[in-house]
Every structure is written in structure tokens, then in C-alpha cells.
Ligand binder design. Structure first.
Ligand code: ADP
Length: 399
């Protein structure tokens, strides 16, 4: 059984064709710059061979046609006909309180999404919906499922997802914590349990998704009970270009001082702040580390801030969970950056968290990196959101 996973944004369409018998990707890639000059499809097949197709791609329908052409191409395709695709799984970032569980896609559902959920992820949802429409147009008889990233956080208790604002803004505008990266937190928490040889229902886990966007979640007995991202992905850790937590009074203060509109302030906090804003170097931690190693103090400060705040979240989630069995690191930084993992875990010996510096040298693969006498396991688990979406899609289509 092959499942095609689609992750469409405003100007990009990522895909992965997954063979569910082996749970491996037969092909994957990305159509970049949809509707812009210089659009290109980057396609990977046979576990590593690559091809790039430069072509004018006007819209999501053209992008999806190009994807189908690539995966069925006689030379670099992996199937001979679209009938070999049993189902399509679509990623959606946030469906508010209206769409939470994976749902079988119909035209009616697309219409409801257009009317009711765009505002919960204005940058992502319109692209995702265009991706769904394109797939339905081209493959109307193939079952499709929408998997919403925030599904994993539906188990948060109300005292964790509510903000200390007048209750009516929750009722009227649905302002609450939704979290983000849920599919990743779900995948790594399940996978960590598997490699620990335990059932999720017996474990208390803290999952750290540290990438361009970063979030930390507390997972108690298989259910998320808290997460650092909030109403939007701006809350929580210091990220590549996002500020993360700050005193909300700063927002209105700065808007007055710098005469910024709400849209400008939104961009300032989402695109100009975080690691980039503090370091003045880059949003990519590799560049920031190079600068810090060359003596740039602000670059070092940005790294210290990232680690310190992650440490504080881990501490607070240990309190929320009443202890922790394992801390899991994933995503670009979590999987690859030993220095950051060490910096986060340093000084937590008394809380039962002890890293082994030799084991910590690992990059991009599953590994236990805790010292033998550490009460808490520390595990690197590369994330696989596409596989998680494919599994959920298979479950719905199968049912
Ligand atoms: P996104 O959130 O956009 O998916 P990633 O999860 O790839 O991003 O995370 C990007 C961050 O991860 C960057 O700060 C980058 O420095 C870091 N990163 C990604 N790959 C590596 C690598 N191979 N080695 C070290 N750092 C990496």
C-alpha cells in the first residue's frame, strides 16, 4: 500500500510517497516557488538519487500535476500509474476547535475549512487547502485524509490551554493554547516508548522539537498535557526568528515607540526576533555557533538564551508531570547539535538528568545519550511527521 503525504504551503508543496508495508519513503520532494519566478521541483527517489525540474508552476494544481509526473516518470519515478496510490494524507497546521481529529476529505469539508479555519493559521491553511483542492481535482476517486497538527494537543487540560484573559475571548474568538508540531511530538513520543521497550501508558516524557521553530511538550502516559507553543507558534522557546515568551506589555510599548501597526508588530516578533534578532548574525544556529566560536558575544548570548529557556521548560514540565522518564530531542537542532543538547542538560544532575558526552556525539540518528547512572533517559529520535500522517491516513481509510 502506497500513501502519498502532501504538505502544502502558500508557495510550496512538499510530498512523500510512503510504502506502508515497510514504512519507508519511496520518493519525496518539494515544489518550491509556486506562482513565483524560478519555480522548481526537487525530487528524490530510490533512497537518495536526485533530480531537479525547473518549470513554470502557476498554482497548486500545476504543482501537483508536476509531482504526479515525477513519481510516475519512467526514469526517476517509483510507480507506473497513479492507481498505485491508495490514499493521500494532507497536513494541516491548525484547524482551531472545529477540526481536531483526522478526517476523511470531502468537498463539503473543504468548503467548511475555507469558511472557518483559515484564520487559525493564516500563513499555512490557505496553501494547505489549495493543495487539497488540487489533489481532489486530479484524483477524485482516491480517498484523502486531513491530519491536523494540533490533534496531539487535544488532551491538554483546560487549566493548561486557557490564558488569563477574560473568559469571553475564549468563547468568542477561541483564543486558547493550540500548540504546534503536534505530529512530530506524537511521532517521537511513540517512537521513544518503542525503543525504550515500554508502553506509552507507562511513561512520562518531555519531547523537545528544536528546529527553526521550536517547541517542548509534556506527555503523560501517552497523552500531551502541556506544550510551549500557544495560540500561535510564537509562544515558548526562543526560535530562529521568533521571540518566544515575552511580557505582553512589551508589545504595546514597542508599537507606540516605533509607531508599528499590528501587522508590522506581528512580523517583528515572528520574522526579526529570536536567534536572528539577538545575535544579529543569522536565524540558522550553525552560523550563530560559528560566530560565537569566533568571539561574537551576542551570538553566544543567543545560544545561551535558547538553552536556558529550554532548561526552564524542562524543569516546569517535570513539575507538571511529577517526574520524567525520558527527555527526547528531535528536529534540526535537537537531532544534530550536541553542544545545544549538552548546554540544555548541564546542571540538571540533581534532577536525575545526566548526559554522557561521548554518547552525545551522535547526529541525526536514534540513540540513548544519557549516562548509565542517569535516572532519566535522554534520547535522540529523528522526527518523521510524514510517516505519522501516513499512519493516521491508513487508519482512517482502513476504517
Ligand atoms: P524547520 O523547523 O524549518 O523544519 P529544521 O528542523 O531543519 O527546520 O531546523 C533548522 C535548524 O536546525 C537550524 O538552526 C540549523 O542550524 C539546524 N540544523 C539543521 N540541520 C543541521 C545539521 N545537519 N547540523 C547542525 N545543525 C543543523
Amino acid at each position: 500500500m502506497n500513501i502519498l503525504v502532501i504538505n502544502a504551503g502558500s508557495s510550496s508543496l512538499k510530498y512523500q510517497l510512503i510504502d506502508m508495508t515497510t514504512e519507508t519513503a519511496r520518493a519525496k520532494g518539494n515544489v518550491e516557488r509556486i506562482g513565483l519566478e524560478g519555480s522548481v521541483l526537487k525530487h528524490q527517489y530510490n533512497g537518495g538519487d536526485k533530480v531537479e525540474i525547473q518549470e513554470d508552476v502557476q498554482d497548486h494544481l500545476a504543482a501537483f500535476k508536476l509531482v504526479i509526473r515525477a513519481i510516475t516518470d519512467p526514469e526517476y519515478g517509483v510507480i507506473s500509474d497513479i492507481s498505485e496510490i491508495s490514499a493521500i494524507g494532507h497536513r494541516m497546521v491548525n484547524g482551531g476547535e472545529r477540526f481536531i481529529d483526522p478526517v476523511l476529505l470531502t468537498d463539503e469539508i473543504i468548503e467548511t475549512m475555507k469558511a472557518e479555519v483559515i484564520e487559525f493559521a493564516p500563513l499555512h491553511n490557505p496553501g494547505a487547502i489549495m493543495g487539497m483542492e488540487a489533489c481532489r481535482k486530479l484524483m477524485p476517486d482516491t480517498p484523502m485524509v486531513v491530519v491536523v497538527d494540533t490533534e496531539f494537543f487535544k488532551t491538554l487540560p483546560d487549566y493548561a490551554y486557557m490564558y488569563g484573559l477574560p473568559y469571553d475571548v475564549y468563547e468568542q474568538y477561541k483564543i486558547r493554547r493550540y500548540g504546534a508540531h503536534g505530529t512530530s511530538h506524537k511521532y517521537v513520543s511513540l517512537r521513544a516508548a518503542e525503543i525504550m521497550g515500554k508502553a506509552p501508558k507507562d511513561l512520562k516524557l518531555i519531547t523537545c522539537h528544536l528546529g527553526n521553530g521550536s517547541s517542548i511538550s509534556a506527555v503523560k502516559y501517552g497523552k500531551a498535557i502541556d506544550t510551549s507553543m500557544g495560540f500561535t507558534p510564537l509562544e515558548g522557546l526562543i526560535m530562529g526568528t521568533r521571540s518566544g515568551d515575552l511580557d505582553p506589555a512589551i508589545v504595546t510599548y514597542l508599537m507606540e515607540k516605533k509607531s508599528m501597526s499590528p501587522a508590522e508588530m506581528n512580523d517583528y516578533l515572528n520574522k526579526e526576533s529570536g536567534i536572528l534578532g539577538v545575535s544579529g548574525v543569522s536565524s540558522d544556529l550553525r552560523d550563530v555557533e560559528d560566530a560565537a566560536n569566533a568571539g561574537n558575544k551576542r551570538a553566544q548570548l543567543a545560544i545561551n538564551m535558547l538553552c536556558y529557556r529550554a532548561k526552564k521548560y524542562i524543569g516546569s514540565y517535570m513539575a507538571a508531570l511529577d517526574g520524567v522518564d525520558a527527555i527526547i530531542f528531535t528536529a534540526g537542532i535537537g537531532e544534530n547539535n550536541a553542544t545545544v543538547r549538552k548546554c540544555i542538560c548541564d546542571g540538571l544532575d540533581n534532577m536525575g538528568i545526566k548526559l554522557d558526552e561521548t554518547k552525545n556525539k551522535v547526529r541525526g540518528k536514534e540513540a540513548f545519550i544519557n549516562a548509565d547512572d542517569s535516572r532519566t533517559k535522554i534520547i535522540v529520535v529523528p522526527t518523521n511527521e510524514e510517516l505519522m500522517i501516513a499512519r493516521e491516513t491508513k487508519a482512517i481509510v482502513g476504517a
